[in-house]
Design a protein around this ligand. Structure first.
Ligand SMILES: [Zn+2]
Length: 101
């Protein structure tokens, strides 16, 4: 996967389509990513103790990595990354404008 934790991305599909956000976590084995404030589901948390109120907690669920695209600040849109070798270091750059992600 070319996407890493902390990357700025744009969502391509689902209920948060078009939303810009940030990668919180990557799951390389399942090909999924956890994105800040994207694909948020509400879950009812049952009361654990007597007298305590049950509450609704919202939390993001992982989405398929194919549903996000790295966001290029220079192009101001989502873009594919390509690998580029600069000073024998491997970098990820924008497919269109070649600026570094
Ligand atoms: Zn670009």
């Amino acid at each position: 996967m070319t996407i890493k934790k902390g990357d700025n991305i744009i969502v391509l599909a689902g209920k948060d389509k078009g939303k810009k956000s940030k990668i919180v976590r990557v799951f390389p084995k399942s090909g999924k990513v956890l994105v800040e404030a994207v694909n948020v589901v509400k879950k009812h948390q049952k009361k654990r103790k007597e007298g305590e109120k049950g509450q609704v907690v919202s939390r993001p669920m992982p989405i398929d990595v194919s549903n996000v695209l790295l966001f290029c600040a220079k192009c101001d849109k989502g873009s594919r990354a390509k690998a580029s070798i600069v000073n024998s270091k491997k970098l990820r750059v924008c497919y269109k404008c070649s600026s570094e992600f």
